[in-house]
Design a protein around this ligand. Structure first.
Ligand SMILES: NC(=O)c1ccc[n+]([C@@H]2O[C@H](COP(=O)([O-])OP(=O)(O)OC[C@H]3O[C@@H](n4cnc5c(N)ncnc54)[C@H](O)[C@@H]3O)[C@@H](O)[C@H]2O)c1
Length: 334
């Protein structure tokens, strides 16, 4: 499968390298980034060519499938162009930060009658979350009652804006908890402590985002963008007959020289490298027709954006906000 990568920053370059070196059945043939130096450097390291226009990449005969790893606000327009070219496309999260844009993509795909879009919610491929889900599905601890999620970044990649914390960062939890519980997020409230010394006026960090699902489970997310010490993601499911704890699947406790401790990754790539690789392999296999699990659909992308925007509204209003979901098109009914 010949793949084109749009945007060769942090994650675009990581995906391009992984496809070129680790993923079976895939080659990267073209890249595009308006930063020509970045595009040329990426093309050189993976032996691809750098396109000068995004359209050139999308329409190229030697590009069978596309990854969109540009900034959030560009995803919708670029994904629509990929749909028009009828090419399977992995859109990095979020599908789109705005509900209307995400909905337009779902409607465009429904009109086509084919699921061409996959959203880069790679935690669905993480061994830690997969183990949690397997134990829940096997009924080992009964019914999930409360899910406690922690998501801390060392520093904000985009300055600190609470709405972006919802649409760019905590959106991972909004997707993975829907998937984990096989349940829909139904309402949300947000509370925050006093602003810390690094928090700009009018913004909040950390925040506690608390969803209630359609079947009544509480999903609590601590989203802390400027946590300083490193990157950490944990998930604990409190259930009717036990507790499941994915402290952090990637950490190893080390005891040495009168000290017991753990290394903490500074960035997300250190924690989720395996999940990204599995996600890409599953995406390539699914397009090649092999019977592997596929990832989040455009409908899942829309559901996560709806949740993120409802959380932003709950923060602004200080009230509990109901999620208002459109009717699910037949294309996404299974
Ligand atoms: N799944 C994940 O865990 C994960 C992790 C990191 C980033 N992401 C997502 O990936 C996207 C990129 O994030 P990043 O950290 O790599 O950002 P980045 O800033 O490192 O890279 C973005 C790249 O897009 C390029 N760009 C700007 N305008 C463009 C255009 N019109 N067309 C194509 N490229 C353009 C920039 O020059 C830059 O090289 C974001 O949407 C982010 O949410 C997802």
């Amino acid at each position: 499968m010949r793949i084109g990568v749009i945007g060769t920053g942090n994650i675009g370059l990581a995906h391009a390298r992984s496809l070129a070196r680790e993923v079976a059945g895939a080659a990267v043939t073209a890249v595009f980034d308006p930063d020509r130096d970045r595009a040329d450097e990426a093309a050189r390291t993976i032996d691809a060519r750098a396109c000068t226009q995004v359209r050139e990449l999308i329409e190229a005969d030697d590009v069978d499938a596309i990854i969109i790893a540009s900034p959030d606000d560009l995803h919708a327009e670029q994904a629509l162009a990929c749909l028009q070219a009828c090419k399977p496309t992995l859109v990095e999260k979020p599908l789109a930060p705005a509900v209307d844009d995400a909905l337009a993509l779902v409607q465009a795909e429904a009109r086509l009658g084919r699921r061409l879009l996959t959203v880069g919610f790679m935690r669905r491929f993480d061994p830690g979350y997969s183990a949690l889900k397997a134990q829940l599905v096997a009924g080992l601890v009964g019914q999930a009652l409360i899910v406690r999620n922690v998501h801390r970044n060392r520093s904000a990649p985009y300055g600190l804006l609470s709405e972006r914390t919802m649409t760019n960062m905590a959106i991972h939890e909004m997707d993975v908890n829907r998937w984990l519980l096989d349940d829909e997020l139904a309402s949300v409230q947000v509370i925050a402590p006093r602003p810390g010394p690094d928090t700009p006026a009018g913004q909040f960090d950390p925040m506690l985002i608390i969803f209630r699902t359609a079947s009544g489970t509480l999903v609590e997310i601590e989203a802390f963008v400027n946590a300083h010490y490193g990157y950490e993601v944990t998930c604990q499911v409190v259930a009717s007959r036990g507790v499941l704890d994915m402290s952090d699947g990637a950490f190893i406790t080390r005891t040495a020289a009168a000290l017991r401790g753990q290394d903490i990754p500074e960035q997300w790539l250190g924690r989720f490298g395996d999940a990204y690789r599995r996600e890409l392999q599953a995406w390539v296999d699914a397009i090649r027709g092999l019977p592997d699990p596929v990832g989040a659909t455009a409908w899942d992308g829309l559901a996560a954006t709806l949740a993120a925007q409802a959380a932003a509204e709950a923060l602004r209003s200080g009230t509990e906000v109901d999620l208002d979901s459109p009717t699910r098109p037949a294309l996404y009914q299974d």
